[in-house]
Write a protein that binds this ligand. Sequence first.
Ligand SMILES: Cc1ncc(COP(=O)(O)O)c(C=O)c1O
Length: 493
Amino acid sequence: MLSPRPRGDPRVEVLIVFFEQTLVKIEIFRRQAAEFAVRKRAENQIHLFHAAPPAAHRQPLQSCFFFGHAFLPRLPASPRGPRREPHQLQECPMSFLSQTLARVKPSPTIAITNRARELAAEGRDIISLSAGEPDFDTPAHIREAAKAAIDAGHTRYTAVDGIPELKKAICAKFKRENGLDYTPAQVTVGTGGKQILYNALMATLNPGDEVIIPAPYWVSYPDMVLLAGGTPVAVETEMQNGYRLTPEQLEAAITDKTKWVILNSPSNPTGAGYTREHLQGLADVLLRHPDVWVLADDIYEHLVFDDFKFWTIAQVEPKLKDRVLTMNGVSKAYAMTGWRIGYGAAPEILIKAMSKLQSQSTSNPSSISQYAALAALEGPQDYIAESRAVFERRRNLVVAGLRDCPGITCPKPEGAFYVYPSIHHLIGKTSAGGTLIADDEAFATALLNETGVAVVFGAAFGLSPCFRISYATSDEILADACARIKGFCEGLK
Ligand SMILES: Cc1ncc(COP(=O)(O)O)c(C=O)c1O
């Protein structure tokens, strides 16, 4: 630490304070300007595709920062506060960070979960319905398999894209559950489904390549595309179409720059599932566009309710299989989010490219987790049916609770553990606490502040005015949350 400056002539002291204050103001301004530039750049990288009349056109997607300024280093509260080492004043200047990073925004779902945690730590009674993971423990036989793997010495590097036993089990899973034939060479295992998606986009996108993403979408898709140097093209789906992309919308969104279309069924954030007929409609369009590949994100495959039957596009249209990456994982199906195992199957040329990328980044996913995933895929499957029944009951509870809230419209989703209600009728009202509900972000903020219920606003997923509830929590908590939301809506004027 620098030693305190000796006291001297008071006039000089005043001048020094003035200069220090000015320097701090310049620094604040410089950082705000830099942040503004970053945001503008990020906004202009994403295209929003409106298929609605009059003419199809693209617009920059609105930025969806929740707690803005999150990544600005904190400045000293007072220029006369504790003195800092010279290097601390310029901790991590913006120019040091890569331009690629400037294209992406931090995950809003994580930001909201953290905010809810902070409020809870302050003693507030918070119900967080923002996190996207099952609230169950990983089944015992899977945990035992992991312990056995450690004791058997499976604690070293493995083949970069997965141990052969696991790849074989994945091929068997695809055959058993999806009627798809893949060889181990057409399969890759990564650190979560997230890495599979990321590898695929990084391995294939060049600047200018477009990726069609039906909105609302999982928050990571557009940012992954941006990180990979591509251009996300969001196509807004409609509630009356069950939040599903229609063949007409897909046809209108495809250009000669389109490289991928991402399909996620059942969907995060809407829970919408594509039937065989829906997928066939999209496949018919894709058959006319032989250069477009499909990324099928099937991570919620097993969480489907009522008599909904899950289908994946390579199964529905075998003629497309040579340009489909079918992605899945154990996170949601077996309550294994922390184990980080996801997998994908695709033509060998793509799988090899993805493995090459993985070999120079993370190498193999955790050896122990791979043995746990092997036990998940090969062991008893009772957990899947049990968790599905619990989630179905919770979905019914939440949908009924939200349909009871004045001004909220809540569709009944086919799967996953999310609902995506619309607050269209609440826009323009004012909450009991005095907040104008100008948009869904204002709604989520007021709801959190006034009732302690944390939800994620729709703009984060690219479709407003809505919000997402994750119902991966107990019936009692869900009932309490619905009662609070109802009280909040009743208080709106
Ligand atoms: C739609 C979707 N795809 C992929 C993932 C990634 O799952 P993981 O990396 O845990 O396997 C998630 C996780 O929330 C998701 O919601």
